[in-house]
Write a protein that binds this ligand. Sequence first.
Ligand code: PEP
Ligand code: MG
Length: 571
Amino acid sequence: MTSLLGIAASNGIAIAKAYRLVEPDLSFEKKMIENPAAEIERFRQAMAKAKSELETIRDRAKVELGEDKAAIFEAHLLVLNDPELNSPIEDKIQSEKLNAESALKETADMFVAMFEQMDNEYMKERAADIRDVTKRVLSHLLGVQLPNPSMIAEEVVIVAEDLTPSDTAQLNRQFVKGFTTNIGGRTSHSAIMARSLEIPAVVGTKLATNEINNGDLVIVDGLKGEVHINPTQEVIEQYRKVAADYELQKAEWAKLVNEQTISADGQHVELAANIGTPNDLKGVTANGAEGVGLYRTEFLYMGRDQLPTEEEQFEAYKAVLEGMNGKPVVVRTLDIGGDKELPYLELPKEMNPFLGFRAIRLCLEEQNIFRTQLRALLRASNYGNLKIMFPMIATLDEFRSAKSILEDEKQKLLTEGQKVSEKIELGIMVEIPSTAVLADQFAKEVDFFSIGTNDLIQYTMAADRMNQRVSYLYQPYSPSILRLVKMVIDAAHAERKWVGMCGEMAGDETAIPILLGLGLDEFSMSATSILKARSLIRKLNKSEMEKLANEVINMQTTSQVIDAVNNVVSK
Ligand code: PEP
Ligand code: MG
């Protein structure tokens, strides 16, 4: 048995066969061939295999993932059947006596370059389709298998270098029992998605794709951050027991689903859920959340090939607001960039995407995108308790500009005779240190803050949240981070504003006692962490936690803080 150590990204135990979501080697040599007719036949056979594979994938995607996801494969089939692409390849094999791989690649590259230069979005997307189809045909010519995640039909553990948010969104919960990746940290989006899907995950193992073959039996221990490859029967039995104990523990927490979140000395705090799509509402209700503290709207924009319309967005926001039945819903405006890309929004590659043109920076410049979203939100505001927040605010000027665009759209809607709620609160994410430091000034103008510790910690520590080599610097209990959090909470309370936290720290067992002591009003986390957090807070005495918070703020290191928490809190 080989074991790997990584970062525990999503709780639970998975035991299943490995499914590698890894691109195989598609390299080949350019060669001259003797018999063009036989080579053309080989090419046609590869095309036929690719076609039947794509048809199966498309049909399955229709059932499992819906028509819109299946449309991608429909487009691939159109490319595959297009004689304008196929004939030049066969001509090339015939006239230049080239091997099929080279004829295919050279012809496809020419079309890709041609389409990419066009000024037409539709044609540019065709370039991407040609690239994908070429890869598929090439895999058949070379006799290697491309991974097809939508074809998974048995229980598996996914093994990958990394999973993009859209990969993760396409995983079928029924069959995907867990995943493990080479890169990523606790706050990378693959980890966040795994928690909301309740799939056990270990990320940042560095070696998963080197060590694990397709079909190996794998245990993903998302509680400890370990991965065991081809374990002995004894180890499997031990893990079955750990998994069963964990299920019992979850059943205990589940008893608190309709309870309030009140500390042992009677102080109420709000426990809210982070969501990515209206589908996540099931988990929100099942876990007894008192609101939605962060709706990451960017998932509406991902896994598709054009921007969502105002109407589509309106329907999604309305569904969430209605689904929450008057409970608060904090919707964050588009936070694209960093590790969240939109293939159809052609943005130049940046050296440091996390420090680049993302979130509110992009929205203030690409105002048509921003305005469409704001209109959809304002219209949806009539259906529930909406709060809007802007991501990645670094300066008061940015907040004021965003606010004035919102006001502008509101006036337009009112002039058109549409209704807009009068009670929408407007807040910001505090995830850039400049904003935390200037929180007293922001507090005069915003209705609330939500502290985004995933980014706040990455920017304060200057440590990329995707890079596991520096993941030791993800230190939510560092006195430096705790001081910033305290500054924000105190500044807000001085202006009688409320403060939430929607970064992963809000659901962290060691951080919760300190945050309670610092006076945080709302804790927003993966829905699956809520009951555990409620169970913990009900055992804590807020006045004791205030003392603890005052002490740890003045400590020197993270480990001192952890010891101090462990001394006063028995979890
Ligand atoms: C954060 O930065 O803490 C946050 C909640 O936003 P995201 O994880 O989506 O960047
Ligand atoms: Mg963030």
